[in-house]
Design a protein around this ligand. Sequence first.
Ligand SMILES: [Zn+2]
Length: 180
Amino acid sequence: MTDQQDTTDSTDPGRSSDANGSVPRETVSIPSEIELPDLLDFYERQTPEHTQIAEFYENLDDGRLTTTRCTDCGEIHFPPRIVCPECMADDLEYVDLPHKGELFAFSESRGGTPLGYHDTSPFVVAVVDLGEIKLSARIDDARYDDLEIGDPVSLKIVDIEGGSASERVFYRFVPKGDTQ
Ligand SMILES: [Zn+2]
């Protein structure tokens, strides 16, 4: 994947946000030669039957990175919650997060990687500062030695192939070049 270029700009206007532009997209595969125990699957089940934050994944599948905000105290959480950890209210709403941020911290994973990641090691993991919140995410299309704290990055969405009967998606980030 390190030699892959992001040429997956969506042409479906429904998949991109006006404020953030189009989001590159890629499909990654879970190994099919072994049956993956649920607890070893890095990606959780994303349907309403399996998670109470299914709306987060539905929004992500639509090209939007979102999270929950408490309508009582205004606190924004990540990952999305079903109860506000600040005031314990359960009246939360989904709000859009920026698709661009900067590297707050980063490291490189060279071993002991989750199943499904073994063929892409080493890879970069980072804490991305989106302003309102910071989140941890994998950084694609980048080598550790080429990155610096403060580098701009932008959202990338991956479609998870295999491991589950239902379609799954996840978020990553990629370095934001001068031309993007
Ligand atoms: Zn609250």
